[in-house]
Write a protein that binds this ligand. Structure first.
Ligand SMILES: Nc1ncnc2c1ncn2[C@@H]1O[C@H](COP(=O)(O)OP(=O)(O)O)[C@@H](O)[C@H]1O
Ligand SMILES: [Mg+2]
Length: 302
C-alpha cells in the first residue's frame, strides 16, 4: 500500500498522523501539494514526489493550504485527478469544495433538514442591503462571513444596511447569517469531531467574545457531549459528504443545537487536550480502511 501524507503546515499534526500511520505498519511518503507537478508528453502526467512513474493508493490530507485562487484550483484539480485514477483521498476534493464554500455547506445542511441559523447568500450589495434592512436591527444583527473564511477571520456583525462593506471587500459574495445569541452570557459554542460517520470527540469552546475559534483565543473545555449534539454533527458531516470533519454547533436557545459550520480540514490540537479519543489514530484507521476497501487495480498510464 503506497500512502502519501500531506501535512506540511504544522509539525504537531504531522507528527501525530505519522506516528498513527507507523503504528498501523504504514510508512507514508510525506509530500507537499505545492510540489506536485503536471508534465505531459509521455507516461503518467501527474508527478507526485516520491512516486516516480506511479501514483499513491491513498492520500491523507491535513489541509490543502492553497493561497491564491489559482493555487487552490490547481491543487483541487490534482486531487480530482488522483481520485479519477482510483486513489483514495481523505478528505476528497469534492468534500473539500463543498465545505470550504460556506454557501454550499449551508444549502446542503438546510436541504438535509438540519437546524442551522437562517442564511442568505447574494452577489450584490443592493440585495444584501435589502436583507439587512428587513432582517437586522441594533441588538439583533446578522453575521457577515467571508465565503472561504476560516479560523474566525473576517466575520462582522451587521445591524443596518450601512454596516455592509462594498462588493470588492467580500469578493462579490455576501454570506449573511442570523446571529445566534448565547443563552447565559458565556461566549460558548461547541466543536464535534466526526470521523467515518461517527462523532468521536467533542469540546466546549469558550471565547472572550462572540467568535470562539481557538485561533482567536477560544479555550477548549471538556464536554460531556449530549447524544443530540453527536447525532446532529454526524448528520451534518453526512450532508456535506466529508470523511472526517470538525463540526461547529451552537445552542439554539430552545434546548437544542444548530449547525454553524462543517470544516473539512479541521485542526485538533486544542480538542486533543480535552478529549479521551486519540483523534489521529481514528483518522488514520478510517482512512486506511477506506484505502483497503478500494479494490480497483492501480493502473498508471504507460
Ligand atoms: N450565526 C452565528 N451566531 C453567533 N455566532 C456565530 C455565528 N456564526 C459564527 N459565529 C461564531 O464565529 C465563529 C466562526 O464562525 P464559523 O462559521 O465557524 O467560521 P470559521 O470558518 O471562521 O470558523 C463560530 O465558531 C462562532 O463562535
Ligand atoms: Mg468554524
Amino acid at each position: 500500500m503506497r500512502i502519501a501524507l500531506a501535512a506540511d503546515n504544522g509539525n504537531w499534526h504531522k507528527a501525530r498522523l505519522l506516528a498513527a500511520l507507523r503504528a498501523q505498519g504504514v510508512e507514508p511518503v510525506l509530500f507537499s501539494l505545492a510540489d506536485v507537478t503536471v508534465e505531459t508528453g509521455g507516461g503518467e502526467p501527474l508527478r507526485v514526489p516520491g512516486f516516480e512513474g506511479a501514483l499513491p493508493d491513498g492520500v491523507l490530507l491535513r489541509t490543502i493550504a492553497g493561497g491564491t485562487f489559482e493555487a487552490t484550483t490547481m491543487r483541487l484539480g490534482v486531487l480530482h485527478a488522483l481520485v479519477a485514477a482510483g486513489c483514495v483521498v481523505w478528505n476528497s476534493p469534492s468534500a473539500i469544495e463543498r465545505s470550504v464554500d460556506k454557501a454550499a455547506t449551508s444549502l446542503l445542511v438546510a436541504r438535509a433538514g438540519l437546524p442551522t441559523p437562517q442564511t442568505w447568500v447574494v452577489s450584490t450589495r443592493a440585495a444584501a442591503a435589502a436583507i439587512a434592512a428587513r432582517e437586522a436591527r441594533p441588538g439583533d444583527p446578522l453575521v457577515l462571513k467571508p465565503l472561504f473564511g476560516s479560523q474566525g477571520e473576517g466575520l462582522a456583525l451587521i445591524e443596518r444596511p450601512e454596516d455592509l462593506p462594498d462588493e470588492e471587500a467580500v469578493a462579490r459574495v455576501f454570506y449573511l447569517q442570523r446571529y445566534v445569541p448565547r443563552r447565559d452570557g458565556l461566549w460558548r459554542d461547541y466543536r464535534v469531531f466526526v470521523c467515518d460517520g461517527r462523532a468521536v470527540a467533542g469540546m466546549i469552546r469558550e471565547g472572550d467574545g462572540w467568535i470562539t475559534n481557538v485561533h482567536r483565543g477560544g479555550r477548549p473545555l471538556p464536554w460531556a457531549m449530549p447524544a443530540a449534539a453527536a447525532e446532529l454533527a454526524e448528520a451534518a458531516a453526512a450532508a456535506v459528504g466529508v470523511a472526517y470533519s470538525g463540526v461547529d454547533l451552537v445552542e439554539d436557545g430552545e434546548g437544542g443545537f444548530a449547525v454553524l459550520e462543517v470544516n473539512s480540514m479541521p485542526a485538533w490540537s486544542g480538542l486533543q487536550t480535552v478529549c479521551e479519543a486519540d483523534i489521529a489514530a481514528l483518522v488514520v484507521r478510517g482512512f486506511l480502511g477506506a484505502v483497503r476497501a478500494e479494490t480497483r487495480p492501480r493502473l498508471v498510464v504507460a
